[in-house]
Design a protein around this ligand. Structure first.
Ligand SMILES: [Zn+2]
Ligand SMILES: [Zn+2]
Length: 358
């Protein structure tokens, strides 16, 4: 029995290194170090610093409002022009094609904290930070990634184009263009242009890696204590507003990264971008979780660190049948259930609700 368990563990976590990815990662690290060298020992112009920040923010738009909120979670609608702009921004970020990114992230949400999760935090910090990119995935993870819903993305010809020509787009838009523009317009050296672009590329990658690792480690879980995702104000600054990850895993369809409602954009550049674009009429139909849905979830599955739990300590019990904080719609549903002749044992229903926390 002991042997069987050992075999299963070894089979599950058999380490097969993907050497091309190790080579690519080494080259990126060498590029980032070149960036540090340039900032310390070369005469980097002010224009190049400003350009580097602009390219970093464009990459950020590609990751947060683009890949994450729009393409992966479909949390708002927009025009084709804005969509293409976000595809270009996501290409600047250099974090895989949108097809690959969304496939990984949708699988991560659906199977969080299991061996089917591509960045499973239970395999440790290093694995979820970068290791998952350098070794082969578990068979069960590969199977789920092949099964995950991708029809909407496969039907998008702009995304198919990016997927098909990704290596060329990576060389030109991610690596080439950010170096060429400072060289052509203000005579920056190729070495400095390269080093600064790799430095900002490293920052875009770092944002992503923090989301996969630190945001799944120890911390507050105000909305759902059953999964590893946490809320953390410090990480929120590092990730430019993606630090309320417990909220996001509880309400993945919500375009906001937190529940500050009309002030949510103050804590997140992703929200700021989406709200400004919506004010300009370029983005519409933003989805968000209404307050009563959030309050119910907090009472039902939160770790009681939410302000609502502290204010209503009497309501801190696990949500069940007939709780006072139930939404009127749910109460109406229950009245119907009570009068239905098909339902004979309400006690067992309550037990099931409590057990599975539905
Ligand atoms: Zn996550
Ligand atoms: Zn997500």
């Amino acid at each position: 029995m002991e042997m069987e368990t050992k075999d299963v563990i070894e089979r599950k976590y058999e380490i097969k290194v993907v050497w091309p990815m190790v080579l690519l990662a080494s080259l990126i690290v060498a590029g980032i170090l070149t960036g540090f060298y340039c900032m310390l020992f070369e005469n980097v112009s002010g224009a190049t610093y400003i350009w580097t920040i602009i390219v970093f923010l464009l990459g950020g738009i590609g990751i947060g409002p683009g890949a994450h909120r729009y393409f992966c979670h479909r949390s708002y609608k927009t025009s084709r022009g804005v969509k293409v702009f976000m595809i270009i921004c996501q290409q600047i970020s250099g974090l895989k094609s949108l097809h690959s990114w969304c496939r990984i992230h949708r699988t991560h949400h659906k199977f969080s904290d299991t061996d089917r999760d591509p960045t499973n935090i239970n395999r440790g910090f290093f694995f979820s930070f970068v290791g998952w990119l350098l070794i082969r995935r578990t068979p069960e993870c590969k199977a789920e990634m092949n099964r995950i819903f991708m029809d909407d993305l496969k039907a998008d010809s702009d995304l198919v184009f990016q997927f098909k020509y990704y290596p060329i787009l990576y060389m030109t838009i991610t690596l080439g263009l950010p170096i060429f523009i400072p060289y052509y317009f203000w005579n920056e050296s190729i070495l400095i242009g390269f080093g600064m672009n790799m430095f900002r590329y490293g920052l875009n990658i770092f944002q992503q890696f923090v989301g996969n690792s630190l945001l799944h480690m120890n911390g507050r879980k105000p909305y759902d204590k059953s999964f590893s995702a946490i809320d953390n104000a410090l990480y929120n600054i590092i990730t430019l507003g993606e630090g309320y990850h417990n909220f996001h895993h509880a309400f993945p369809f919500d375009y906001r990264s937190n529940e500050l409602f009309e002030f949510s954009h103050l804590a997140s550049l992703t929200n700021l971008y989406i709200d400004v674009m919506a004010a300009l009429g370029l983005i519409y139909d933003r989805k968000f979780a209404p307050p009563h849905m959030i309050a119910r979830r907090v009472a039902r599955t939160g770790d009681r660190s939410h302000i609502l739990s502290k204010l209503n300590s009497k309501d801190n019990t696990l949500w069940g049948y007939g709780d006072p904080d139930m939404h009127p719609d749910e109460k109406r549903d229950l009245e119907h259930v009570e009068t239905s002749e098909k339902i004979v044992n309400l006690q067992s229903i309550t037990a099931v609700i409590k057990k599975y926390r539905i």
